[in-house]
Design a protein. Sequence first.
Lengths: 353, 353
Amino acid sequence: MTEPKKPDAPAATGPAKKHAREGKSNPTIYDIAKVAGVNPSTVSRALSKPGRVSAKTQKLIEDAAAELNYQVNQFARALPTGRTSTFGLIVADITNPTFFDIIRGAETTATLRDYTLMLAESEESAVTELTAARRMMATVDGLILASPRMDDDDIRTLARDKPVVVINREVDGVPCVVPDVNKGISEAVRSLAANGHRKVAFVAGPPQSWMSARRWEGMRAACEWSRLEAVRLDSTKPTVNGGREVARVVRDSGATAVLTYNDLLAIGLMQELQAAGMVVPDQISIVGFDDIFGADFTTPPLTTVRSPLGECGSGATTLLLDLLHGMGEPAGILRVETELVLRGSSGRLLPPG
Amino acid sequence: MTEPKKPDAPAATGPAKKHAREGKSNPTIYDIAKVAGVNPSTVSRALSKPGRVSAKTQKLIEDAAAELNYQVNQFARALPTGRTSTFGLIVADITNPTFFDIIRGAETTATLRDYTLMLAESEESAVTELTAARRMMATVDGLILASPRMDDDDIRTLARDKPVVVINREVDGVPCVVPDVNKGISEAVRSLAANGHRKVAFVAGPPQSWMSARRWEGMRAACEWSRLEAVRLDSTKPTVNGGREVARVVRDSGATAVLTYNDLLAIGLMQELQAAGMVVPDQISIVGFDDIFGADFTTPPLTTVRSPLGECGSGATTLLLDLLHGMGEPAGILRVETELVLRGSSGRLLPPG
DNA sequence: AGGCAATTGTCAACCGGTTGCCATAAATTG
DNA sequence: CAATTTATGGCAACCGGTTGACAATTGCCT
């Protein structure tokens, strides 16, 4: 029917000539139709609308497809339908290990359901993030935003277009996956109180971080409950260096225990305090947040409030899948538990001298 | 229900965008054509074939495109051309920090050139890897394999279809990005020799790892040169736990310094030796490989041979871009330098007692 | 056997951008 | 000024899978 174009161009057409498909392109539903002796549209239905064709024809077509080693052309499918079998995942910083478990959780779950994952990084910038998100929207079926930096409104706008799931932040009207910090924090605070600490400092994360605010709130409440004094200190950046930089302020605060916004801060802080001659945990207890890769490499290994980040990634992906296939608009918030991981960096305060 | 489209009106030109509702469907080149008063094909040319249309028309079209906030439909473009502006990246293990920097390097470089990155994981399995690669081939313009586990032949077969770049391994006939271990290793060995060590152990990685073999070879050569005795020990897995498990063998070997296949092994080994009461580096020196995230969290911080992994990722992406646009068959091997990062885990041996 | 509904397959029109071919307008040249 | 080359825009046929509309086939009853 359709005569294949045979451009016997003698002149080299392009440099990528080597990889050009020379006549032998991939099998299409038309090829299958020919082999099975049916119409292409029947093939299409057999392959994507189970039940629409008779069992006999179905088998015929499936056999032909298997024989030809057929696989759908995702682009040809995406063009009329818009379905791409692809999810987008945007993280603030690819080198931040916090996101690696999230990425892995999302990737694993997506692959399991025959979706692929597109990755982008916002470099901690709301503008870059929005740009990346906009660009992705065109080519994905749904989007996961891990610790997004952009406005709630921007997120809602995106979510009107296609399913969006947010990790590590609550946005009204958008499905979210959020670690419930209270359990882990209260465990941590109780543990500190039990070890005789009276004044605890919180080293905060970026001002615009929703999660940092939640953690500070949770800690203040837990301290009140345990009758501890809580002070809040600012950090410059939520990184190892940021932790180093905040060390002086921590010492000056007079607190004997510190809870930090994340593990990186805790590690940097511990390094700097130790370099200044302080002994952890004898003179000061340090508790991190997230339990990232490497949190147990330190000496002493870091006590930390674990967020099940992998679960967040796979939970968000599952939410997205549910939103797309079948079931309506559950949305709402998926809460995952946090817990204290007690290691060596926290403990009883030794009396000075 | 949409009304049946049976336009016997002969004047109908192009797909009439009847219900082009804002928000629902994006502007197309047909919309631009209408605004600019030209033919859709002219719009297509103006947007993708610079110079093919007059400057005047070009401007007209660009203005219209900007006004409508147009962006190409990648699927519609991919269908006839096969070009997708997408790269695939397959790593063995997403949680292995070795790949963090590779992913980031690739992502950054790709985004910079308006490509997006699709990520897949092989879970250290050659079969899963090949499956993932096959699936990706259909939807990407090129593929990056980081530390692939599959056969050389499988890789070459893939490479016949579309551009493929391999990281951390040499495959004949396929462009590769490989850290040149010799410089870093010889620096490490010389440093150990200078500190009085006479016998050095190498803790190997997975048997099928090409890179592990290179590192062992490099070390043996360097030791010969420095007149040191070199012994090779096997590990179970190239992870922290694998490092712990090999600790006993290391002690029994009588070596006073160890070079490990990667940092994870080194960290696990160091933890286990320290737990057994040995002092690092006074009683044994430990040198890792790669300088992954967290290598400096340990006490003492890990001395390691740094592989510029981010460079590998971005180098591979650049190679892919070169292969696609313009220049034909550079292929060959891109070597990147390694260097010793001297930290606290290696040093002079203290005389016993 | 005739009538009617339920199944199953076919036709053709999309989705949106690309590109070979051709007609025409513009520029160059003899 | 005519002839030829060249630059430019238009036409239409793709890419491959999807889907509404409809025809053909089958099954079931009376």
